[in-house]
Design a protein around this ligand. Structure first.
Ligand SMILES: Nc1ncnc2c1ncn2[C@@H]1O[C@H](COP(=O)(O)OP(=O)(O)OP(=O)(O)O)[C@@H](O)[C@H]1O
Ligand SMILES: [Mg+2]
Length: 292
């Protein structure tokens, strides 16, 4: 489809059902419906084990999960039939949760090859060679200019570009790499999973500032998070509560405030879900543990 209508610029998740590949009959996601419109910021919150990370992984095409039903549309294509590489070439940014260390590969080279791959386009036009600056790649001069611009935007030290990817990176530095990569790639839809473990307040701040610096009418964001605190810094247009593999409630940003005040208990009961844990255990963490 070449027509660039508004529908082509929104992420549409229809009846998405997902199971672990090891147990395809034990569905984790039991029919997710969600539309993230062009330029909208949607937050997904939910108790532990509700399927938030599974949703992010399914959208990324993680090999440990199998989609048992449903469809995800983006730019007129069924996203789920595309390789992770093609998803990125189509302007989706899927933050990798735990990037592995790549010794000997600098941050700059890593981001440059990701940018060149994207410039090559989704169908890999044979006339374009992303390693050749004349036939489609970004020139070194242009790339350096872009990196400087984005590092200034994210208030990052320029020496970061020459570090090796993830080698000895702190949690915060991993988040910086993720934000810089996103800034340079200029995606139209970013799917971010700000999970529980290993995320300190510094890392949360980096994500919040990074996303806010990048927000523009052409960037849609699906922000998966545990922390109400993050939503004090990134104002979502919509908040969805995921519980037991389904979206049980959607609302505006006031829903996040309600969750902070009341926990998940009332919403789960309203949705007719049995809660075997106490309301206390269903409180929404305001910020990572260990913060004064
Ligand atoms: N690969 C897998 N194999 C088997 N079970 C899995 C797999 N991945 C997730 N699960 C199970 O699916 C459920 C949802 O997990 P998921 O990680 O998506 O939850 P979550 O909402 O991200 O939780 P948290 O808030 O703790 O990050 C959990 O019960 C989990 O144990
Ligand atoms: Mg998770």
């Amino acid at each position: 489809m070449t027509d660039q209508t508004a529908a082509d610029r929104q992420l549409e998740i229809h009846n998405l059902r997902v199971a672990p590949i090891a147990a395809p009959d034990r569905e984790i996601l039991k029919g997710i419906n969600l539309v993230v419109g062009k330029g909208e910021v949607h937050a997904i919150m939910g108790p532990n084990g509700s399927g938030k990370t599974t949703l992010a992984y399914a959208l990324m095409g993680h090999p440990a999960y199998v989609v048992t039903d449903g469809e995800v549309r983006w730019k007129g294509r069924d996203l789920l039939t595309l390789s992770a590489d093609k998803r990125a070439r189509l302007g989706l940014f899927l933050a990798f949760q735990y990037p592995t260390a790549i010794p000997g590969l600098s941050v700059a080279s890593f981001i440059r090859s990701a940018l060149n791959a994207k410039l090559q386009g989704v169908d890999k036009n044979p006339d374009i060679d992303p390693t050749d600056t004349i036939r489609g790649g970004v020139s070194m001069l242009e790339f350096r200019r872009k990196m400087r611009e984005k590092m200034a935007l994210l208030r990052m030290d320029e020496s970061f570009a020459s570090r090796y990817v993830n080698e000895g990176f702190s949690g915060g530095e991993k988040k910086r790499l993720e934000m810089l990569q996103m800034a340079v790639l200029e995606p139209e839809m970013a799917i971010l999973d700000e999970t529980d473990s290993g995320l300190d307040i510094d890392a949360l701040r980096i994500v919040a500032e990074g996303v806010n610096a990048m927000l523009n009418p052409n960037l849609g964001v699906l922000l998966i998070t545990h922390y109400q605190r993050l939503l004090n810094h990134i104002t979502p247009d919509f908040v969805h509560v995921l519980a037991q593999g389904r979206i049980v409630k959607s609302g505006g940003r006031e829903l996040a405030l309600q969750l902070e005040a009341e926990g998940y208990g009332p919403i789960l009961r309203e949705a007719g879900l049995e809660t075997t844990v106490s309301d206390d255990a269903l409180r929404v963490p305001v910020e990572p543990a260990g913060v004064a």
